[in-house]
Design a binder for this molecule. Sequence first.
Ligand SMILES: Cc1cc2nc3c(=O)[nH]c(=O)nc-3n(C[C@H](O)[C@H](O)[C@H](O)COP(=O)(O)OP(=O)(O)OC[C@H]3O[C@@H](n4cnc5c(N)ncnc54)[C@H](O)[C@@H]3O)c2cc1C
Ligand code: SF4
Length: 521
Amino acid sequence: MQKQKIMAFKNKTLRLILGDQLNINHSWFTTVDSNITFVLMEIKSETDYVKHHIQKVIGIFAAMQHFAKDLQQKNHDVIYIRLNDENNFHRFDENLSVLINTHEFTQFEYMLPDEYRVDEHLNTFTQKLNIPFKVYDTEHFYCTRSELGDFFAGKKTFLMESFYRNIRKKNKVLIDEEDKPLHGKWNFDEDNRQKLPKSHKPVNPLLFSNDVTEIETNILKSNIKTIGKVNSKNFIWPINRKQSLELLEFFTTDCLQLFGTFQDAMAPNEWSLYHSRLSFSMNIKLLSPVEVVDKAIAAYNKNPHEIAFHQLEGFVRQIIGWREYMRGIYWLKMPAYANLNYFQHDKKLPEWFWTGDTKMNCLKHAINQSIDYAYAHHIQRLMVTGNFALLVGIHPDQVDAWYLGIYIDAFEWVEITNTRGMSQYADGGIVGTKPYVSSAAYINKMSSYCSGCYYDKNKKIGEKACPFNSLYWNFYNMHEDKLGNNPRIGMMYNVWRKMNVDTQKELLTQADFYLKHLNEI
Ligand SMILES: Cc1cc2nc3c(=O)[nH]c(=O)nc-3n(C[C@H](O)[C@H](O)[C@H](O)COP(=O)(O)OP(=O)(O)OC[C@H]3O[C@@H](n4cnc5c(N)ncnc54)[C@H](O)[C@@H]3O)c2cc1C
Ligand code: SF4
């Protein structure tokens, strides 16, 4: 534990900064006060609650170290507890107790954690604390924790679209003087979501080249179990505010003009396409959603001939809509949400989810890319890995642990609502109005994976039949009691019910074969 100019004194405040609370524009940091000490800690309770991608652990520690240095340069008093420091007890409560007792702090303060687990931990800690404490907002999100709950009070459904419109109106984002949406519509999705043409070469992603070898060495020394790969001499993710702002600039100048168009597209050798890759910077609060949205709007206003409005609205919807919505659902529904399993699914993830070693080309690419970069874009997460996990009936705990571990931007408040909710429908329809499942037809429509696949996208049964095709019908058949009356999928049930009984049987037998050989397909 680094001991820095801390001596016994009276009226001193200790303020905890969590690894995902690196918001330099927070009001905590506007003035320097010698009676206030900030503490950041690299602890195993945070690295070990799930097996994380090595890039995620490195990225967070690197960003914390930069943040602490920035604070020190601004003359704030900072204690930084490193992973291998001798007196690191690897829990927030224990480290905080030692600091408070040793340095005789008289007040403890922290910002509202975004994760329920950490929130509970600090609640328990402060209940036993014998000095006063105070909790602050993170000053990051558009909405408070309870805003979504208040908005939907008394309602049975939680439609993202109505919440999104409300936030836009409230914050005057893309709204005209009469409180109407700019360009007359709230939603421009129909102009977006095309497949990537064969001849189209997307922009090369802006990658950083950070040397994080020391952090990697310390992680290895402390026996933290991780997944995935890293080139620690050239770490590609932004690890400070300056780099995060550069990535934001790159996105608005080089990607926004085609963001919506290729938002759902997938291609074997393109891992980032026109996506912003800003989720990591935003989720650890190096960037605020407000500044990201404002910057995108400014880019559009400066260059409306190059950036069509539907590209901008598509992007704003992800942040003002989905990101805030998922957080609101999380705080409304936790802790029960973490145990929901609507379909009672109970299978284990196939082993190749950790290696990418499968004959299914779409999954091979989505998983290998996740191992290489700790990143996959939304449609890869939803319609490739998530789709497969749902079709074969993986236990949502297993699916959650995989997503929470593998992605650099994964923090439970935004991971679990996307995974257990949107992707696995384990919440029975709180987040989504129907399960996101598809056969090979959708994957082929949005990607070029199928042409290089061992399996045949057009075959439903027999040798080399694409597993998605039979598993899709098997899923609907298996869950007819729960889904049969859902008006959004009535058409699919009509097709299934009208199908020849022998064909139905063949499809179910084919699906059964794949379900029995999950590790080999
Ligand atoms: C199964 C599953 C798990 C997911 N887990 C996470 C997660 O752990 N952390 C996370 O930040 N996102 C998660 N998402 C949402 C989304 O996939 C990622 O936010 C996005 O891929 C991040 O990449 P990007 O920054 O390039 O996003 P872009 O495509 O550039 O989108 C811009 C921003 O919009 C926000 N956004 C877009 N979609 C969503 C969404 N559905 N929910 C919340 N915010 C959204 C993100 O902040 C993102 O940075 C998950 C989605 C699915 C289907
Ligand atoms: S054929 Fe099936 S398994 Fe292969 S890439 Fe297409 S959808 Fe995926």
